[in-house]
Design a protein around this ligand. Structure first.
Ligand SMILES: C[S@@+](CC[C@H](N)C(=O)[O-])C[C@H]1O[C@@H](n2cnc3c(N)ncnc32)[C@H](O)[C@@H]1O
Ligand SMILES: [Zn+2]
Ligand SMILES: [Zn+2]
Length: 416
């Protein structure tokens, strides 16, 4: 920061009488805890500027507003009051040579400073450049309207369903990995537990959704209880357990166990997946769960046939070796394309084709950035967070915990 003391002075007496700005004095930011807590909740919604794309170390805008403010204010400034004042520091230049997702740069600009940023990672520079870009709002809105029309016309129909005769929209499709049993050859589903949608606070909302191990019907269960009874076939089961225990699975047909990685090593590619449940949105706004019926399976199969006929821009690159990709490769995923199911590839490919048709290069690149960010929540490695009807991603955990139940969501690319 142009205003900060020289490094030599700072080293000699960082908090002493030579302090020039509030940053050099005792910095009390505890009053920010409440606003920081609010800001860190559902980051993709509450601070969209620095969250247009996945980033691995997002900082809080409120904290960096306070730091930039303190760096530009004399020692003794009441930062608690100043924080909420409109302030401007024309002529001050903030340099962040490691800008990451651009929190410092963005907050500096909001405070009327000039800002200069750099990063070794091209995703960082691309996202900051586009997040902070001055687009012509009318042109940007019309580009988004055009994409929304494409989504309504070409993507929404891929996710149609029905519930008791009422038309419904698929919001989320639940998938589970399947492996062939080495003893009897039958395919078995790899469920960590039969419950697949449960509120994170069972005391508050005990009702959860589970798949019946005997008849595959979707049943509502009480997640606080050890056992549940299927309303369709009266089978009693333990909803908190499944077919997988640590590295092994038990065959659903013959009951013998096998090591998952051993079976995977015999396959020529990634394991198959079975769509076992849908979360639907009804016209009155209610959300309901159901087992996919033949029309749902047909709808999905049609998407696969359309994909095979299409000439969409789809990824062809291999997944390179690397710290964060080796686990995926060990599960036989060799190409990025395999991280998506056919319907996702069709929907995302149609959306991408629409974006690539945008004539304004700057708007097209910004839309590509948002599209790339949306991939985080629209792939077969997303998991489901029931309490906020949302989805998280295994990327968030850098792949440490391998999920075997997966999701496919329409709503992230289609406004509902
Ligand atoms: C914790 S982030 C910085 C956060 C950022 N200052 C902010 O306000 O949000 C650290 C960044 O340093 C970048 N980085 C690491 N080594 C670098 C180097 N040699 N040159 C430039 N950037 C580098 C990383 O790519 C990463 O984005
Ligand atoms: Zn049953
Ligand atoms: Zn078996």
């Amino acid at each position: 920061m142009a205003h900060s003391p020289s490094p030599t002075r700072r080293r000699r007496s960082p908090r002493g009488p030579s302090a020039q700005c509030a940053l050099d004095a005792d910095l009390r930011l505890d009053h920010l805890a409440d606003v920081a807590r609010l800001e860190s909740h559902r980051k993709e919604i509450h601070r969209p500027l620095y969250h247009v794309h996945k980033w691995w170390a997002n900082r809080l805008g409120s904290v960096f507003r306070a730091l930039v403010l303190a760096g530009n204010s004399p020692a003794g400034t009441d930062l608690r009051t100043e924080f909420y004042q409109p302030r401007s520091f024309p002529g001050r230049i903030v340099l962040d040579p490691f800008m990451g997702s651009g929190t410092t740069i963005g907050e500096a600009l909001k405070l009327g400073c000039q800002a200069v940023g750099a990063d070794i990672n091209p995703i960082a520079t691309f996202q900051v450049e586009h997040a902070l870009r001055d687009h012509d709002e009318t042109r940007l809105r019309s580009a988004i309207d055009r994409l929304e029309a494409i989504a309504r016309r070409e993507i929404l129909p891929l996710y149609r369903s029905s519930f008791g005769g009422t038309p419904a929209q698929v919001q989320y499709a639940f998938w589970v990995e399947e492996l062939p049993c080495p003893s009897c050859g039958a395919n078995s589903r790899l469920f960590d537990r039969w419950i697949f949608a449960a509120d994170a606070y069972p005391g508050r909302r005990p009702q959860a959704q589970a798949v019946c191990p005997a008849c595959s019907e979707i049943v509502a269960v009480d997640q606080r209880r050890q056992t549940a009874t299927c309303t369709a076939c009266s089978h009693r089961f333990a909803p908190g357990s499944g077919t997988v225990t640590r590295s092994r699975f038990v065959c659903e047909v013959c009951g013998r166990t096998a090591r998952i990685l051993d079976v995977l090593s015999t396959l020529g590619g990634p394991p198959r997946h079975q769509m076992y449940a849908l979360m639907l949105r009804l016209p009155d706004g209610r959300r309901v769960y159901k087992r996919p019926d033949s029309a749902d399976l047909d709808c999905y199969a049609r998407a696969g046939r359309s994909l095979a006929r299409s000439r969409l821009p789809l990824p062809t690159a291999r997944i390179p070796r690397g710290h964060n990709t080796d686990q995926t490769r060990r599960h036989n995923y060799t190409h990025w394309r395999q991280l998506f199911n056919h319907r996702q590839l069709l929907a995302l490919g149609r959306l991408l084709r629409g974006i690539l048709g945008e004539p304004d290069a700057a708007i097209r690149e910004s839309l590509l950035l948002v599209f790339s960010g949306a991939l985080e929540f629209n792939n077969m490695f997303c998991s489901f967070k029931c309490d906020i009807c949302s989805r998280t991603t295994s990327c968030a955990h850098h792949g440490r915990h391998w999920k075997r139940t997966r999701g496919d969501r329409a709503a992230a690319v289609v406004p509902s």
